[in-house]
Design a binder for this molecule. Structure first.
Ligand SMILES: [Zn+2]
Ligand SMILES: [Zn+2]
Length: 648
């Protein structure tokens, strides 16, 4: 069954492929060529790369070309080859089977969020991460967006397990919805597993799902795969990268990562393990592209601690309120440490923050000295200079604790000139407006507000260009697929890979729904798989489809007019009404005349049908058309028209 579908998809893929990512492919020959042609548009300054490119044009066989290049260098000088081993990607090639490993992307490519990747080799499949995305402004009423699981469901007979890299929502947020469809073991580190368990119990799945706790350095066998977990730094503790091994070779998926040489939890990313794997030979690297546009290195989390320390001094005897992401345990730890040193108590505001801190402290990821934490109800017992309130809402989310404080609607915290508010986060693109609204409201209430632009009150959890280069240079993959980011991030990351010496023929910018086949000889898009966005709205999963979304947008933009009338069931004659009601269209009092016209027109339409031989559907449609035309003529607007004809 699944094979059949996939076979069919493969034929479709050829068309989709060229339409989507490879528009510039004029000759449309092979995948490799198409990538090459597309890339020609980009400017590359390094002469070395230019040479590689022209060489590539002459040569037909990519592998032959590489060998040729290597012999050239070896001839030049031995020492040169030795020292520049990594940058030239001369790598030890492990013996590998000819059967390719297939990687299908269900989310996280050309978007930030809903990360989900499937690996398939022979009769085994594993899934890496299962995250959600937050809705865009035109996805009205949607709580969040999850990937389409059809492809995984079709393959559930060969599905061996789900591996999670870390506990952020864009990696675990859709997991419960997947587990309701396919119940397979989950593998995650301790904190990640703790956060997942919290979600499972919300979904009443706690006793149904097997969760295996792993730690960095562990390796688990899953059918034809084995998966090794490697420690990385990120803005949540216990994040890991994965080395996914099968007979086709080793694929490294970094998950979200940065290199923090002075991390809060004492552990630095296991660079030496990446280097070892690189020396053993890595078939492909899938790496985090979120910060590929940012030059240099990301700053260490401990930098934020230094800033906090000076801001605590600056706050003097005022109360301090800090907004941050609930999951940033390291930051919460730093706030607690400084609060203890300066004799302040810490209160938490916001359900997600309380949950995460409870789980993290139970599992030993955050150390809170006794008597430090107080309930939000207790804050009135302490003077302002003895308080720090940590809150959610750093993205200006309308229902969050900080937004409620800013609008004067928080039940326990009212903002005054004696408050010093620190927003310890960067607005996620798209959230700027709401964040600045909150800042303005807080300032209006007299508070001193400090946000990212003013001091280093936030550092990113994602690697910048130099760190990405280092990862590429250590892992020395044969092939490279930038993941986790919008098109611009993926493009930047591809260029970064070229700048450290990767052949652009071995870099692939892919898309959600693509199946990529990888073997030691070749990397190509070999098909497409079912993929898409599933809207979650309250308890409804997927019941809000494109049609409902269009209706919501229509209602939101133009409002609705409802025409009600009672007609004689047999003759079709008007018995009462019609009445015309509008919502979100015009203010009825001001448009009384227009409404009267609509009533008269409706009456006319109903009367125009011959008695005893009327068609209720035709009557409905004619009402819709005529009222719609009238409204457009008078207002140049197209509200939704809903006739409700009752037959008695
Ligand atoms: Zn993350
Ligand atoms: Zn992420």
């Amino acid at each position: 069954m699944s094979k059949e579908i996939k076979q069919k998809n493969k034929t479709d893929a050829v068309n989709t492929k060229e339409n989507k990512s490879f528009k510039n492919n004029k000759n449309g020959k092979t995948k490799k060529n198409s990538v090459k042609n597309q890339k020609k548009g980009n400017e590359f300054k390094s002469t070395k790369q230019k040479n590689v490119r022209s060489e590539g044009k002459k040569s037909v066989d990519g592998k032959k070309r590489q060998e040729k290049k290597m012999t050239k260098q070896t001839k030049k000088t031995n020492s040169y080859q030795k020292s520049s081993k990594s940058s030239n990607y001369s790598r030890i090639t492990p013996p590998a089977s000819n059967i390719p490993v297939k990687i299908s992307f269900l989310g996280g490519i050309n978007e930030v969020g809903k990360n989900m990747t499937c690996y398939e080799y022979e009769k085994s499949m594993i899934v890496v991460d299962c995250g959600l995305a937050f809705p865009e402004s035109d996805q009205l009423g949607v709580d969040f967006v999850i990937p389409d699981f059809t492809f995984v469901e079709r393959n559930k007979d060969i599905l061996k397990g789900i591996i999670i890299t870390h506990g952020h929502e864009d990696h675990i947020g859709a997991l419960c919805y997947l587990l309701k469809k396919v119940n397979v073991p989950v593998y995650a580190t301790l904190l990640t597993a703790g956060l997942i368990r919290g979600k499972l119990s919300e979904h009443k799945l706690d006793h149904e799902v097997e969760i295996n706790v792993v730690k960095a350095g562990d390796e688990v066998n899953l059918g034809d795969f084995s998966v090794e977990f490697i420690k990385v730094n990120h803005s949540i503790p216990d994040a890991v990268a994965l080395a996914i091994k099968c007979a086709a070779g080793t694929v490294i998926q970094t998950g979200d990562f940065k290199i923090d040489t002075s991390p809060i939890d004492g552990g630095i990313i296991d660079l030496s393990r990446f280097a070892e794997l690189g020396n053993e030979g890595v078939l492909c690297l899938l790496s985090d592209s979120t910060n590929a546009e940012q030059p240099g290195y990301s700053q260490s989390e401990s930098k934020v601690g230094e800033t906090f320390r000076s801001l605590f001094t600056r706050a003097g005897d005022r109360r301090i309120i800090i907004a941050t992401f609930a999951s940033n345990i390291h930051r919460v730890q730093q706030i607690i440490d400084i609060a203890v040193q300066t004799g302040r108590k810490v209160a938490l505001s916001g359900r997600s923050l309380e949950n995460v801190v409870a789980i993290a402290s139970e599992l030993g990821y955050v150390n809170i000295p006794d008597g430090t934490l107080i309930g939000i109800d207790e804050i009135k017992k302490y003077s302002d200079d003895r308080l720090v309130i940590v809150t959610t809402g750093s993205q200006g989310e309308p229902m969050s604790a900080l937004s409620r404080m800013a609008s004067g609607n928080h039940r326990k915290v009212s903002i005054s000139f004696n408050d010093c508010v620190i927003i310890s986060a960067r607005p996620i693109p798209g959230n700027e407006k709401t964040v600045y609204r909150v800042i303005n409201d807080l300032l209006r209430l007299g508070a001193d507000v400090i946000y990212e632009k003013m001091y280093d009150v936030h550092v990113s959890g994602h690697a910048c260009q130099e760190e990405l280069k280092l990862m590429l240079s250590l892992v020395k993959p044969k092939y490279f697929i930038p993941v986790h980011g919008e098109q611009k991030h993926l493009r930047y990351h591809a260029r970064i890979a070229e700048s450290v010496g990767m052949d652009y023929n071995n870099i692939l910018i892919t898309d959600n729904g693509y199946e990529v086949s990888l073997s030691n000889k070749n990397m190509s898009v070999s098909g497409t798989v079912a993929h898409g966005k599933v809207y979650v709205d309250g308890y409804g999963v997927g019941d809000v489809g494109t049609r409902v979304m269009k209706e919501r947008q229509h209602l939101g933009q133009d409002g609705i007019i409802i025409i009600t009338a009672t007609i004689d069931g047999a003759s079709g004659e008007l018995l009462s009404g019609p009445e015309v009601l509008s919502k979100g269209f015009v203010y009825v009092k001001e448009a009384e005349l227009l409404m009267k016209e609509a009533v008269a027109l409706s009456m006319h339409v109903i009367d125009s049908f011959p008695p005893y031989s009327y068609d209720i559907n035709a009557m409905n449609n004619k009402l819709k058309d005529e009222i719609s035309r009238l409204m457009y003529e008078r207002t140049k607007r197209s509200p939704m028209i809903l006739p409700v004809l009752m037959r008695v």
